[in-house]
Design a protein around this ligand. Structure first.
Ligand code: ADP
Ligand code: AMP
Length: 217
């Protein structure tokens, strides 16, 4: 199964990808997580990506496409869920080309729909585990012990690009460059849409209803 999860920053892509991969045994391929790992390791790619990420802009397509094509090639046969990629129509076209040259294609596209007004609170309240990548929210999805990851006890951190000024820029970037990707996929494939303003458990339930119905079809 090859799934793409689309949605604005803060819509809940990471949260739901983690739930999907746990249940379905797929690989979670998050372009943002891969970039943050490259930065933490001080690689050339990490250094090149830094200024774009910190200012809420997109990292250039050619760097991202190469990085994600490699991640997809290394993913297990069972399949993957893409989170944060593709983020431009050009990236979507390049993904199609890379997959078809390997005789593959995307099976399913899920789009998390949300208003900008909800996103600001979600992103400024987001906390994540620097060790395992688990995502929490200070009000909506609290860890069991405040400030600590449920899975490994690591101290949770706030992403520097979740500051309100950078969030505003990321939303502008989303509307200008990423929203057209939904239209690109709607042209040729069925895109399943979800109201991402509902609670995380309600959104998950709807996603799993869709996945179960498709598995039975
Ligand atoms: P994305 O990967 O799309 O940027 P995240 O999954 O990191 O989004 O979610 C952004 C923030 O919102 C996190 O703090 C997460 O815990 C919280 N969150 C995710 N889904 C919901 C939801 N349905 N209701 C409330 N908060 C949510
Ligand atoms: P995310 O963790 O998905 O919110 O991504 C964090 C940041 O990484 C974004 O604001 C971009 O700067 C960069 N990034 C992640 N994915 C992509 C992508 N597909 N194309 C370009 N830049 C990306």
């Amino acid at each position: 199964m090859r799934i793409i999860l689309l949605g604005a920053p803060g819509a809940g892509k990471g949260t739901h990808c983690k739930r999907i991969v746990e249940k379905c045994g797929l690989e979670h391929l998050s372009s943002g997580d891969i970039l943050r790992k490259e930065r933490a390791e001080g690689t050339e790619l990490g250094k090149e990506a830094q200024s774009y990420m910190d200012s809420g802009q997109l990292v250039p397509d050619e760097l991202i496409v190469k990085m994600m094509a490699k991640a997809i090639r290394n993913a297990p046969e069972t399949g993957w869920v893409l989170d944060g990629f593709p983020r431009t129509v050009n990236q979507a076209q390049e993904l199609d080309k890379a997959l078809s040259s390997d005789g593959q294609s995307v099976d399913l596209i899920l789009n998390l729909k949300i208003d900008d007004s909800v996103v600001m609170d979600r992103m400024t309240g987001r906390r994540s585990c620097p060790k395992c990548g688990a995502v929490y929210h200070i009000k909506n999805l609290k860890p069991r012990v405040e400030g600590e990851c449920d899975k490994d006890g690591t101290e949770l951190v706030q992403r520097p690009d979740d500051e309100p000024e950078v969030v505003k820029k990321r939303l502008d970037t989303y509307h200008e460059q990423t929203e057209p990707v939904v239209g690109f996929y709607k042209n040729g494939k069925k895109v399943y849409e979800f109201d991402a303003s509902k609670s995380a458990d309600e959104v998950s339930a709807k996603i799993f209803e869709t996945l179960d119905a498709l598995a039975k079809a």
